[in-house]
Design a protein around this ligand. Structure first.
Ligand SMILES: [Zn+2]
Length: 273
């Protein structure tokens, strides 16, 4: 048990470092390599202009980072539970969280009582629950968009700069093993190998975030949390999916898609505490 908790705590530190490193690398690749190579003409048409692509990239990245900060800034902790509570008799004594009564959990990593806890997110180092679920979902959407967009630009860069053709669908499968071999033979540079590696990182993070986002939106629409699903529990009061979505995303949800801001009335949140 102690070793597992230690591993979880270590993961809680390593995952945010990995996230910020990947973000910084993506930023450098975009502005130092992709933009100067792929969009070099100043009077290019709008769809190929540097301004449009820089704006799209910055928009996705700003929203991803903004929602990341909001997820941490508005934790799902219960303001009323300041001391470590006694566990409910129904607690299955999971490694990372104790189940309490009334849909509250005590997270052993956050050391807080979490309202309507969904799961502990290692990338943010925080529990995802009632208050920060919307920011977490927006974070997943924008991170997925940033990664997929970087993947497309990375493929375009490799094609233009190193004449690698991606017309054959198998190219992507063989690219990493071949590039690793070529690197050790001294045929390609370390930068090229690193960029190839980043293509797989962007693809992996992009797909995981998109999948996570779809799963969380479905759970929210059902009025269920990941914890409840794992326990095989459904909400006692089944409300319509529109109301469930509105509870999480608020009435100004469109604003939340383009800016990392509060979209739920603050007074209604305080009431739910
Ligand atoms: Zn937690």
């Amino acid at each position: 048990m102690f070793t597992r908790m230690l591993k979880l705590r270590l993961l809680n530190v390593v995952a945010p470092v990995y996230f910020f490193t990947a973000t910084a690398v993506t930023f450098v690749f975009h502005f130092c390599f992709f933009v100067p190579t792929i969009f070099p003409v100043p009077d290019a048409p709008l769809w190929a202009s540097t301004t449009l692509h820089t704006a799209l990239f910055l928009f996705s990245m700003f929203n991803a980072l903004g929602n990341y900060i909001m997820t941490i800034r508005y934790p799902a902790a219960s303001a009323g539970d300041s001391t470590v509570p006694v566990c409910s008799p129904h607690c299955s004594d999971k490694v990372d969280a104790h189940y309490l009564l009334n849909d509250r959990h005590f997270c052993k990593l956050c050391r807080k009582v979490i309202l309507k806890r969904d799961h502990h997110c290692f990338f943010t180092g925080n529990c995802i629950g009632q208050k920060n679920m919307r920011y977490f979902i927006m974070f997943c959407i924008h991170t997925s968009c940033t990664c997929m967009y970087s993947l497309v630009l990375g493929v375009a860069f490799l094609t233009m700069e190193y004449s690698i053709s991606f017309e054959d669908p198998l190219t992507f499968l063989t690219l990493l093993p071949l590039s690793t071999g070529y690197f050790f033979m001294g045929t390609i540079s370390g930068l090229q190998l690193f960029l190839v590696l980043m293509l797989y990182v962007w693809l992996g993070i992009g797909l995981v975030c998109a999948g996570f986002c779809c799963q969380q939106v479905l759970l929210v629409a059902r009025g269920q949390t990941w914890c409840q699903m794992q326990q095989g529990r459904l909400q006692e009061i089944q409300s319509p999916w529109q109301n469930n979505l509105k509870d999480v995303f608020g009435t100004r949800w469109i604003l939340g898609l383009i800016l990392p801001v509060q979209t739920v009335e603050t007074c209604s949140e305080e009431k739910q505490d």
